[in-house]
Design a protein around this ligand. Structure first.
Ligand SMILES: CC(C)(COP(=O)(O)OP(=O)(O)OC[C@H]1O[C@@H](n2cnc3c(N)ncnc32)[C@H](O)[C@@H]1OP(=O)(O)O)[C@@H](O)C(=O)NCCC(=O)NCCS
Length: 199
């Protein structure tokens, strides 16, 4: 399996060995992790997933979950029966997690939905991008024809930049749909990209 890693202008094609992603660009090595393994989550990952989930939602700036959500409810959502959960492991252990599922049941089930969380201490090192690229690959492999993000908070510049860079387009704006913990009511974007080529 091959992954690209890094900025579009600085993209290297990297060979992976059973989902281990290894960089080959020493110039930007200081910022990036040397290798990252992405695999399906296991039972023993639950505590670390919860810690990352809690750190992300407690800030109240990216996800709609109650910032005081319980561990039980958080894990019931993130590891739900119809959701595939993955973790990203560096030499520091689990540094991020993502979920992949159908966005709708039945006749809408060919469109995927996904959610991403990187540990605050591991941000800006390419983990979000690596998980998103892995997710797009997995979604295609599972037969999804498109991916939709239902709730991208307009002030979430990191996510917006990353999703746009990966080919997602804003297809709708939900005015004031998110009550940001610091900024009050802010817009939310619905973002979409096809996973199949259109002739
Ligand atoms: C969004 C998130 C998953 C990105 O993960 P990350 O590991 O920090 O991101 P990466 O290091 O892979 O950077 C990806 C891109 O984001 C952008 N980015 C990263 N840090 C940024 C910053 N501080 N400001 C603006 N853009 C930034 C860059 O475009 C970067 O691309 P590059 O490869 O060209 O540098 C992570 O920040 C996170 O978990 N945020 C909280 C939860 C969240 O917002 N989830 C998404 C909900 S839609």
């Amino acid at each position: 399996m091959y992954y690209s890693w890094g900025k579009r202008s600085d993209r290297r094609i990297l060979k992976t060995d059973s989902n281990r992603i290894t960089r080959s660009d020493p110039q930007t090595e200081h910022r990036r992790l040397q290798s990252l393994q992405i695999r399906r989550a296991r039972k023993e990952d639950r505590e670390t997933i919860w810690q990352i989930f809690h750190a992300v939602v407690a800030k109240g700036d990216t996800y709609v979950f109650d910032p005081n959500i319980s561990r039980r409810k958080a894990l019931a959502y993130w590891l739900g029966p119809k959701t595939r959960c993955y973790v990203a492991l560096s030499d520091q252990g689990i540094v991020g997690s993502y979920i992949l599922k159908a966005n709708q049941p039945g006749l809408g089930s060919h469109v995927a939905n996904a959610g991403f969380m990187v540990s605050p201490s591991a941000r800006g090192r390419g983990i979000g991008r690596a998980m998103a690229e892995h997710c797009l690959h997995e979604a295609r492999r599972l037969g999804f024809r498109a991916m939709q993000f239902n709730f991208v908070v307009a002030t979430n510049r990191t996510a917006l930049r990353l999703w746009k860079d990966l080919g997602f387009k804003i297809v709708g704006t939900l005015p004031d749909a998110f009550r940001h913990s610091r900024r009050g009511f802010v817009n939310v974007y619905v973002m979409y990209r096809r996973l199949t080529s259109v002739i």
